[in-house]
Design a protein. Structure first.
Length: 590
């Protein structure tokens, strides 16, 4: 047998391993790490070709077989993998500009020259003999000192002893300073959760007349981040004292007692502006996230709001994941810590098991603090997701707790944006769509550029018989958060609105994108079955039907109807003619 042709069964990464035989990503303890199906396929493909540069087109063709997708899907999947394996510094998965990606294997116990830092040179390390010599006890006489140190006879032993004593004193003072600094750092209060400073964005255009653009973006991003519930954002006045200064992220985070530092640049281009942003973890100065935006000329008048909305929506997702990682390391996490862990898991749950695992975390958070509004809202969102997309293990318990959580949130009177969004989702599940639309509008009054709220409003307009009005709302959701890992929902609702409006080619485009983004969600396939049937492509309709019934063998038109998503007469007429009828013709069970 030619051993060179054998494919490796396991590829090791730092703290993780890719098991190709079982098609799984495992952590150090052997537990399975959740990944979306396409992201896991992509990771296994990179692992099978570890060390090689994989071209973008080859990756797209092999992972998204037969589906039309853009580079966005590949970039998002790479981002999902990097978050799962803690590779925010891009050391394990390298980006090769204008070509593709390369996975760097780390064999346990061996130094990898591609990733390991080079060891310190001998000249940088104090020899042990020198340390021992310095710490020798002082001799009893100057003569003994001279003899021990091999001092020439013409050297004054007392002078040499004084020099030795000076060095010893300096060493003791240094050790005392180190101990004092360590003790002060140990006793200093830890930075608050979600604490961040937004440094003034750097004007990279070279034109001082453009300073106001960079300053305006800084101010607007600061305001947007301060809307995140539980966040602690350093005020504009303090942040702007660092304008134009070169600062070390660790020193800055320690001085201001924050966990995260956001910095960025704004540059002028021939077609508009180019904006970059970077999120840094303060203790280690690790780069957690980075992004760049090209602002077209038609958006220049609204550049402040346009950029601030995109950055803040992306940052909310990144900060939640970062906080969840921090809280998971605590010995006794409190209710807020566990809620963060649950919300991070919920944002990435694509199976019944992973979604129920997130649900259990919210239960634990509420056991620790029944008055935690955030955990109530998140459990409400999780419950509605389980009801709409899966068959919960204990559906009675989930619905009973949903009712209790809704009553709790209603009793508060004044709600934040997330709680309004959760109530809207509950109303939708209950078939009270007019109320769902009212609640989501209340959420958007608090934060007009909340991507999740805009995405959900798209759906609530559809079920209220307003499919035409839903299209611009769904497009805005994509505009304010183009890198949102949950944008598959916006894609699907744009597809759904197009189906109701008989724009079947548009619907196919949006639903293909939705399924490529979230292959664990079968709802895009329901509309694809109907859309392909309506445009006269029975082979593609049959393929979509087979995928749908494989993912949910119990799916039927009756199952769809029993959800009672709306009683609006316009919606009922449109869905019967444009979705249910062609699904029957394609062979979906009635």
């Amino acid at each position: 047998m030619n051993e060179q042709n054998q494919q490796p069964q396991v590829i090791y990464l730092r703290g993780y391993r890719v098991d190709m035989q079982h098609h799984a990503l495992l952590n150090e303890g052997g537990a399975v790490v959740e990944l979306r199906p396409q992201a896991l396929d992509l990771l296994c493909l990179l692992a099978q070709n570890a060390g090689k540069v994989m071209e973008k087109q080859d990756l797209l063709a092999q992972v998204w077989k037969g589906l039309f997708v853009t580079d966005d899907s590949l970039v998002q999947a790479i981002g999902d993998i990097r978050r799962a394996i803690d590779d925010q510094s891009h050391q394990m998965i390298r980006t090769v500009p204008r070509r593709g990606y390369r996975l760097i294997e780390h064999v346990p116990g061996l130094s990898n020259p591609d990733t390991e830092p080079s060891p310190e040179t001998p000249s940088e390390v104090a020899p042990l003999e020198h340390v021992a010599e310095v710490l020798k006890p002082a001799p009893k006489s100057a003569l003994q000192a001279a003899q021990l140190a091999h001092v020439p006879a013409d050297v004054d032993p007392k002078a040499h002893a004084r020099k030795w004593l000076t060095w010893l004193t300096a060493l003791l003072l240094l050790l005392a300073a180190v101990f004092l600094g360590w003790n002060m750092q140990k006793s200093a209060p830890p930075p608050p959760r979600l604490s961040i400073v937004v440094l003034p964005f750097f004007n990279a255009s070279g034109d001082v007349g453009q300073d106001y653009i960079a300053d305006s973006i800084t101010e607007d991003v600061t305001v947007h981040l301060s809307r995140i519930k539980g966040s602690f954002v350093i005020g504009r006045g303090t942040a702007f004292t660092y304008k134009g200064k070169s600062v070390d992220a660790r020193t800055l985070a320690r001085d201001l007692n924050v966990r995260y530092v956001l910095q960025g640049t704004v540059g002028r281009t021939t077609s508009g502006y180019h904006v970059t942003a970077q999120l840094i973890e303060g203790v280690t100065a690790t780069n957690l996230w980075a992004d760049s935006l090209d602002v077209p000329l038609d958006q220049v008048l609204d550049i402040r709001e346009w950029v601030a909305s995109q950055l803040s929506n992306a940052l909310q997702v990144q900060l939640v994941h970062a906080e969840a990682r921090q809280s998971a390391q605590r010995i006794n996490p409190d209710s807020v810590d566990v809620d963060m862990q649950g919300y991070s898991k919920f944002r990435n749950c694509w199976t019944l098991q992973s979604c129920e695992a997130a649900y259990l975390l919210f239960e634990r958070a509420l056991h620790l603090d029944p008055a935690n509004e955030s955990a109530r809202a998140h459990r409400t969102l999780n419950a509605t997701h389980l009801i709409l997309n899966y068959n919960p293990t204990d559906p009675f318990k989930v619905r009973q707790q949903l009712s209790a959580d809704v009553q709790f949130l209603e009793s508060l009177g004044v709600l934040d944006s997330t709680s309004h969004r959760a109530l809207a989702r509950a109303r939708y599940v209950q078939g009270r769509n007019e109320e769902a639309l009212l609640q989501i509008n209340e959420s958007l009054k608090i934060d007009p550029n909340d991507a999740d709220a805009l995405t959900h409003k798209t759906l609530y307009l559809i079920v209220n018989g307003q499919a035409a009005a839903a299209i611009p709302v769904g497009l805005k959701a994509l505009t304010v958060s183009p890198q949102d890992p949950d944008r598959s929902g916006a894609y699907f609702y744009l597809c759904h609105a197009s189906m109701h409006l008989k724009k079947f080619e548009d619907a196919i485009d949006w639903c293909e994108r939705s399924f490529a983004q979230a292959a664990g969600d079968y709802w895009a396939l329901t509309d694809l079955v109907a859309a392909y049937t309506m445009v006269g492509k029975p082979d593609k309709a049959a393929a979509a039907k087979d995928k749908l019934l494989k993912m949910n063998p119990k799916f039927s038109i009756s199952f769809y109807k029993d959800l009672k998503l709306s009683s609006n007469p316009v919606w009922l007429k449109e869905i019967e003619e444009n979705i249910w009828a062609p699904m029957r013709r394609a062979g979906i069970p009635d």
